[in-house]
Structures are given as structure tokens and as C-alpha cells.
Design a protein around this ligand. Sequence first.
Ligand code: GDP
Length: 434
Amino acid sequence: KPTVAIVGRPNVGKSTIFNRIVGDRVSIVEDEPGVTRDRIYSSAEWLAHEFNLIDTGGIDLSDEPFLEQIRQQAEIAMDEADVIIFLVNGREGVTVQDEQVAKILYRTNKPVVLAVNKIDNPDMREMIYDFYSLGFGEPFPISGSHGLGLGDLLDEAARHFPDKPEEDYEEDVIKFSLIGRPNVGKSSLVNVLLGEERVIVSDIAGTTRDAIDTEYEYNDQEYVIIDTAGMRKRGKVYEATEKYSVLRALRAIERSDVVLVVLNGEEGIQEQDKKIAGYAHEAGKGVIIVVNKWDAVEKDEKTMNEKTKEIRAHFLFLDYAPILFVSAKTKQRVHNLLEIINRVSENHSLRIQSSILNEVIADAVAMNPAPSDKGRRLRIYYMTQVAVKPPTFVVFVNEPELMHFSYERFLQNRIRETFDFEGTPIRLIIRARA
Ligand code: GDP
């Protein structure tokens, strides 16, 4: 999917525009507490186009002096986006700060679309002419608070979307990423996996971000390791900001089939670990929990069990994810990773015949009758798989309102017990039979 970033000095209305464009998608919240998307990155749609939107203003750089903040925002946009929306405030005219942003954006080879916000009615249109002086061509008048002009602006942005999809790996290539807090050992693990001292990447200015994916082959299976935060450009200030690394992680997750959630075995589980794992779950990816630095843990025969319990208690929503204890330092068990990745990837794209599914349903209902409410009983007619990655099933019933969460959970568990879905979330969609 193409990515659009919104850049501009503070208070021009970046987050208003962001919220307008993504609509209510941002408020999608998981059942589990703590799993909420940060309001700086979301998928969005305009006509037939699907794209990702980044509000660079939401990336907290407040410790930095102003000029440094906008420089970093603009750089994030230039790194991450296919199209940049440069937002200014029509009511204030061109400011020195706008000119500073413009100066930074001159350096990019990405298309920049200039949007003049707070043009709330047609009489104000002439206020946009000033902004030609910024040097980005025709300014697009919009009103974030009234939702005006966004269609034309997005049309213009979409005109610059790359024709080709950003990646075209073969269908049978397994794409995976390692996500986790800084310093848990993601890069070290990648290095061990690749059997090199260092991840070698071609980081030539101007190449697309695809260039930093690492493709390799092992035992006749092809893999792509999707780059995440912390594996390149180490040392850039903004890399350290939490929201930016979350954004990088989200982008990597989206492009992966399987996500390795890397934890530091030496430390307890932290809120940030849960948040990151929540994203992978929410995105419906295959998930493997990797406990790294196991060499550094003082342990006896109970330690692994205890750690497993701790992880299970903290990641209730990831009860399907296998856990592997490794050490990038001693390479212990790192060689098992690919095998588990293969297995999880296979489960993630597993297809089950309807006839077999319906036997499972019949058995389940016989074992535990469907719930009823006010004398009406839920009737399950049939179930069929409608998608893979993750496996998604539609259950046709008489009245969807009669389905209880607990019964849905029960059906899920029956499916899991019958088929090998280790490592992958599965989804049930309850529908009334037409
Ligand atoms: P990243 O930020 O997640 O990519 O983490 P790095 O791979 O850069 O590792 C962070 C630090 O942890 C480095 O100093 C590594 O040498 C160290 N480290 C990584 N893996 C292990 C491990 O398995 N055991 C020990 N003891 N140290 C590790």
C-alpha cells in the first residue's frame, strides 16, 4: 500500500486532517486492554485507493528545539512516504516556519502536495494564492473542521501513487519480521539467522525502502526478513522516539506473514512488549514469541516453566503463539526458528474443507448446545472458510444476536483442537443466513 505523510509546522491542523481522512478507523480498539493504535498511523481509503497515512506531528519530538522538530518530521516523511502532504494554515499566510519546512522538503525527491487548511468557505479561496511562493505548485484549499476539499487533495495525492505495488515477492516466499523494544536483540538474531557478522544492506540514498528487506533461501524455502526499526540508521535521533519505532513496527507487521515478537529474557514483561505484540495479533499475523538473551539468565530446571507462565499470563490474547527460548549470543536454539516459522506460516494459510468444518460444528453443538435467549435458540446452519492469512470462517446462523462471546470462543477452541492452527489467530464471522 502506498503511504502518505502529513507534514507542517505545529497548529496548522495536521491531526484534524488525519482524523478526517481516516474516519473512524483509528478508534478500532481490541477487546484486550492496552491495545489501541497510536493516532499517528492508520490505513485509509479514498475511492478505489487504499493507503497508509502518517501524522508526523503526532510523533513526540518535544524535547527538541523547533527547527530540529520539523526537520525530523520532514525526514520521517521523506523516509516513509510515497507522497507528502505539506499542510499550512490559510488564515495566517506564509510564515517563516512554513518557509523553513519548505526548504527541507525541497531536498526530497518525493512528490509534495501543498494543502492550505482552514479555508472554511469559498469566499476565502483567494487566501491560497500567497502560498504559490512556497514553490510546490498549486495549493489545494481545504477545511479540516468542515471536511471540505479533501477529495480534490486526495485525488492529487493518489495521482502520485506508485503504479506498481511496492513489493512483488512470490506467493510462496515467507515474509517475516522481528519486532520488540530496542535492545532486546532483534538485529543480533537477524545476524545469527543470516550467519553473518552484520546485516549488510544497500542503503543508497533515494532507493526505496524495499532495498532494506533481506531475501534469502534455506532448505529450498525462500524467506524475506522485513526490516524494522533499529536495523538501519542507528543513531538518528528520531529512531529513539517511541512513537516512531512503533510506527516502523506497524509498517513491518503489515507486510509480514509471520511476526517474531522478541522479548528480553533478562527482564520482566513490559507494557511496551504487550502493545507491540497486540499489534501483531490485531493485524492477524502468525505470531511467535521469542525470548532472547536466555544465556544471560540465571536458571534452574523450573525457570523456563515460570517464564512461560509469566508470558501466558501477560499475553492472554496470544495463547496460540509458540514460545521459543533462544540466545543470539551463544546461538542456542536460533536454528529452530526457521522450522517454527515454516510451521506457523503453513498454519496461517491453511485451508479446511467445508465438509470437515461442518462435522466439527455438528460435534461441537452435540457436546455443548448452542445458547438460547428468551425462548429462542441459536441455530448454526453451516460454516465455511472464506480467507487465509489468517484463516477466517463464516458461521451462518439463524440470528447472530443469539451468539454469545463465550460460545464463539468455544467454537474457536473446537476448531483449534481439531486442526493445527498453532501460531496463527483465527477469525469467526457470524452471519445470518440469507
Ligand atoms: P535490537 O535493538 O533489538 O536490534 O538489539 P541488538 O541486537 O542491537 O542487541 C542489543 C544488545 O543486546 C547488544 O549489546 C547485544 O550484544 C546484546 N544481545 C543481543 N542478543 C543477546 C543474547 O542472546 N545474549 C546476550 N547476553 N546479549 C545479547
